[in-house]
Design a protein around this ligand. Structure first.
Ligand SMILES: Nc1ncnc2c1ncn2[C@@H]1O[C@H](COP(=O)(O)OP(=O)(O)O)[C@@H](O)[C@H]1O
Ligand SMILES: O=C(OP(=O)(O)O)[C@H](O)COP(=O)(O)O
Length: 655
């Protein structure tokens, strides 16, 4: 599924809280590498240009929940101001009146950076109170902190429980490139690994063994592999406890037909220092005791270059040697140049962050690759195939191939016929679905026919709020499916909480009505949801499970597949208390899993599950952006212009 990005949402006049990764190295108050600040500029500038107010959040270093001036973001604020050519307000607090005042004084197109998020103890614990507080400062969360995506912290992940979270351009680009490398790399696919430790890269190797054609290994980690093959590696850095892992990897690679390429020579010295005596030795001749390999040798460079030359996709993570010292930088520089060379010929080259990115920068080659990731740990975990919490928490675009999305308005006992006619005549002109989703209005019985007449020329459909299960006869005050069908009604709401609780409708009655509606060819919208006491007792899932199982009782898969489910927590209906996107998503996911148990995965995937309860345009994006929420059954907001705005939001976020 594709993520929602800042391009998909309306930013004008919005307060945007943007998580960036400004975790940059600072020495004596001076930023020594500003790559990450520069990488965030496009997203910040775009958001400002669209007329939003931007509140920036970032961590810096690991101050462990204490206020520590050494980790202040002040130098970053100054530099950001220069780079943006715009004033950047800085508040040396992470919450409280000073922050709130600065936020309230922000004007459209202005930017504010608040102090290091890790001065708060709750940040790294993903404390919900802290996340809720930061969310309360803004309308929208933009997540552009790819470097932090492997952390589930309050400022990047927790906050998305309370307001919609969309990706910035950097996040989007990182995902696009890394996803390609993990999911559908063009071949030949060459992976180049180096750096200090095998243990850091085992996950990546294991995951990429199923995808890569060749894996070239340099850096200190090569010596663990070489020792595992029985070579004499002298005093080189070896992880003795990983020798078996290295052997397993080599065997696995053979079984899978992946070529693992190890260096054939190495540059050795007795100390890791500039200017010391160094020699080149062949691996087969062994490294003398007291000497260690600190770079790959010239023959290995040629060998690696040859392996790189026809690549169509390259992932490089970890330097080939101690590149920080010029004497041992040759291998890394030559490999970097070779990658730059094939990139010119159309190869997609992706450089994992951390030291490889620093090396690319040092050799002036950073612009020569397709993508240099700003995340070290994050890109490694991505390449390992792990799910990154800082990506999962970003709202997704909806994919029309999976199931139908619906915006339904339940007018309840509101609007006279005159009012209904006036209102729906306006809706017809204003709501544009572009066939991406369905819009249903459910007026009182008395207005159904008139509303149907007006909407018949549009793609707005009409639903009833209730029906009885008998065909006709002595049922004073009731309406049958035939009466509805004759008017041209297509949908029927069943089991709404007001019918369950005010009119005492039982699960059994709802089951009978549901069967009748289905057999008559109408489409039911089945409402389920727990009351406040039930939620507080932890019974939400039990209640929802019972309501669904009882309603579905006796239905075949074929019959049940027409049902639309609406999860409406009773405590959120008409109370102004909306479920947080995560609370709602949790129950929607539970319902989908339950449907899988009742029927099967395909059935679960295809069933539309709506959320209902105090939906408003300002909370809908967060709810609808969640993967298992397929639209809304809207009460109060379906009686006003808000309904048009809700439809606009849906249009924007369906692919
Ligand atoms: N042969 C070697 N012996 C000792 N250290 C090495 C050797 N080759 C590379 N290194 C060191 O490994 C470090 C980078 O390792 P690592 O953090 O794993 O890379 P990355 O950050 O790119 O994932 C660099 O500081 C480099 O000096
Ligand atoms: O610098 C970072 O990670 P990285 O060094 O792995 O790229 C990120 O800002 C995350 O910081 P953290 O590793 O202190 O959580």
């Amino acid at each position: 599924m594709e993520k929602l990005t800042i391009k998909d949402v309306d930013l004008k006049g919005k307060k945007v809280i943007m998580r960036v990764d400004f975790n940059v190295p600072i020495k004596d108050g001076k930023i020594t590498d500003e790559t990450r600040i520069k990488a965030a500029l496009d997203t910040i500038q775009y958001t400002l240009d669209k007329g939003a107010k931007v509140i920036l959040l970032s961590h810096l270093g690991r101050p462990k929940g204490e206020k520590n001036p050494q980790f202040s973001l002040k130098p970053v604020a100054d530099r950001l101001g220069e780079l943006l050519n715009n004033k950047v307000d800085f508040v040396d607090e992470t919450r409280g009146p000073k922050v709130e005042k600065a936020v309230s004084e922000l004007k459209d197109g202005e930017v504010l950076l608040i102090e290091n998020t890790r001065f708060e103890k709750g940040e790294t614990k993903n404390d919900p109170e802290l996340a809720k507080y930061w969310a309360s400062l803004a309308d929208l969360h933009v997540n552009d902190a790819f470097g932090t995506a492997h952390r589930a912290h309050a400022s990047n992940v927790g906050i998305a429980n309370y307001i919609p979270s969309v990706a910035g351009f950097l996040m989007e680009k990182e995902i696009e490139f890394l996803q390609k490398a993990v999911e559908n790399p063009e071949k030949p696919y060459v992976v180049i690994l180096g750096g200090a430790k095998v243990s850091d890269k085992i996950g990546v190797i294991n995951n990429l063994l199923n995808k890569a054609d060749k894996i070239l290994i340099g850096g200190a980690m090569m010596f663990t592999f070489l020792k595992a093959l029985g070579k004499n590696v002298g005093s080189s850095l070896v992880e003795e406890d990983k020798l078996n892992v290295a052997k397993d990897i080599l065997e696995n690679a053979k079984a899978k037909g992946v070529e693992i390429v190890l260096p054939v020579d190495t540059v050795i010295a007795q100390k890791i220092e500039a200017g010391v005596e160094k020699k080149t030795v062949k691996i087969d001749d062994g490294i003398p005791e007291g000497w260690m390999g600190l770079d790959i040798g010239p023959e290995s460079v040629s060998l690696f270059k040859e392996k790189i030359s026809d690549a169509k996709t390259i992932v490089w993570n970890g330097p080939m040697g101690v590149f920080e010292i010029d004497d041992f930088a040759f291998g890394t520089e030559e490999v970097a140049k070779a990658i730059a060379e094939v990139t010119k010929k159309g190869c997609i080259s992706i450089i994992g962050g951390g030291d490889s990115a620093a090396a690319a920068e040092k050799f002036g080659l950073a612009d020569e690759f397709s993508h240099v990731s700003t995340g070290g740990g994050a890109s490694l975990e991505f390449l390992e195939g792990k799910e990154l919490p800082g990506i999962s928490s970003i709202n997704e675009k909806k994919n029309l191939n999976e199931r139908k999305f619906i915006l339904a308005g339940n007018w309840k006992m509101n609007k006279t016929n005159t009012e209904a006619v006036e209102f729906v005549s306006k809706l017809v002109g204003q709501i544009k679905t572009e066939d991406k989703f369905e819009v249903i209005v459910c007026p009182p019985f008395t207005a159904l026919e008139k509303v149907r007449d007006i909407t018949s020329s549009s793609n707005i459909k009409v639903g009833a709020q209730n029906v009885y299960y008998e065909d006709k006869g002595a049922y004073t005050g009731e309406i049958s499916v035939n009466i509805l069908k004759d008017i041209g009604v297509e949908y029927v709401i069943l089991g709404h909480s007001e019918r369950r609780h005010i009119f005492q409708e039982s699960d059994e009655l709802i089951n009978k009505k549901l069967k009748k509606v289905i057999s008559s060819g109408l489409t039911p919208i089945l409402c389920v949801g727990e009351q406040l006491e039930e939620r507080e007792k932890g019974l939400t899932f039990n209640v929802v499970e019972r309501q669904i199982k009882e309603a579905f009782y006796g239905l075949t898969e074929e019959e049940a597949k027409t049902i639309i489910i609406a999860y409406e927590p009773v405590w959120a209906i008409g109370t102004g208390k909306v479920a947080t996107p995560n609370q709602a998503q949790e129950v929607h996911k539970f319902i989908r899993d339950l449907l899988k148990d009742i029927f099967n995965e395909e059935f679960a995937k295809k069933t539309t599950i709506l959320y209902g309860g105090s939906i408003k345009p300002n909370n809908y994006l967060g709810l609808f952006g969640k993967p298992d929420i397929d639209g809304g059954l809207v009460g109060g907001a379906s009686l006003t212009e808000d309904f048009v705005e809700l439809a606009d939001i849906m249009k924007e976020i369906i692919e």
